[in-house]
Design a protein around this ligand. Structure first.
Ligand code: GLU
Length: 293
């Protein structure tokens, strides 16, 4: 059988302007695809319609074109593929590893504070948020039906313990061709349990980042995922979802983050480290490349 060419992707969310860290991701994906004789795809991760705006998408395409990057058409927009994520959620539901949960942010905070006031610490996920303290995973079918028909906002969550029990004795790993925050590289053992019962969809956002990213990477035939180290730990959840949904395993390469002058991660609201500001200063794509790669 002939070898199929590798497929890379850059997958920004249009909830702000691209900064130098995004430029690094985009350029690395583009250059690695080219060096390997592969394809470079662009995916717009616009599930969260409350934060994503079409002006930002236009600005992203302009910045990437200015950088001299060429991607294969068509661009995939997640908001146009909600049925694919709904299907994946239904499949997880058939496996019995999802449940509707109803605690609001405020209720989660209060539940965690109630434990911590007694001197115990409540576990935090790798991003620093408390793992979900609600007990709805233990609801009977009747209680679950009552919640679903109550008119209350709810989110579908992964029942992490149950999902892991389906893995049996199989070790869940991935191949890291870049490196993690502690220099992890090579075969890495995934630790999805650290995330607790992650959200897979909400009433106001029909799919979560975790669910849509694994569905799309599979549907688009992505073989190589090159992205910032801030998403290194999320890979554990992605590997678990890939296994539950029977999706192929891509290779991963997490790259360094570009930090601001204050030593902190760049954010989309920080205008001076944006590609657009760099362009507006009259600087060239070659200068930008020299700065980041
Ligand atoms: N959409 C994500 C972001 O803008 C990146 C997703 C990924 O590369 O897996 O941070």
């Amino acid at each position: 059988m002939p070898d199929t060419p590798p497929v890379f992707r850059f997958a920004p969310s249009p909830n702000g302007l691209l900064h130098l860290g995004h430029a690094l991701s985009a350029v690395l994906n583009h250059d690695m695809a080219r060096a390997a004789g592969g394809h470079f795809l662009l995916r717009i991760e616009d599930i969260d319609q409350t934060r994503c705006r079409s002006e930002f998408e236009t600005a992203i395409l302009e910045d990437l074109a200015w950088l001299g990057l060429h991607w294969q058409e068509p661009v995939r927009r997640q908001s146009e593929h909600l049925d694919a994520y709904a299907k994946a959620l239904a499949r997880l539901n058939d496996l019995g590893v999802v449940y509707p949960s109803a605690l609001t942010r405020g209720e989660i905070k209060a539940a965690v504070a109630a434990v911590e006031v007694a001197g115990r610490t409540w576990p935090r996920d790798p991003d620093g948020s408390p793992v979900y303290p609600g007990r709805e995973r233990t609801y009977s079918a009747g209680e679950r039906a009552t919640l679903l028909s109550s008119g209350k906002a709810y989110a579908w969550r992964l029942d992490m313990a149950k999902a892991l029990s389906l893995m049996g004795d199989d070790r869940l790993t991935w191949t890291e061709n870049g490196s993690g925050p502690e220099g992890e590289t090579g075969t890495v053992v995934a630790d999805p349990a650290a995330w607790g019962d992650v959200i897979l969809s909400r009433s106001d956002a029909p799919s979560s980042y975790h669910l849509s990213v694994v569905v799309d990477d599979a549907l688009q035939g992505i073989t190589h995922i090159v992205r910032g180290r801030d998403l290194y730990h999320a890979t554990s959840v992605h590997r678990l979802l890939q296994r539950l949904l029977g999706l192929p395993e891509p290779l991963y390469h997490h790259h360094r983050l570009i930090l601001g002058a204050d030593g902190r991660k760049l954010s989309k609201s920080n205008q001076d480290t944006g590609i657009a500001a760099f362009r507006a200063d009259g600087r060239t794509p070659a200068e930008l490349r020299a700065l980041i790669v």
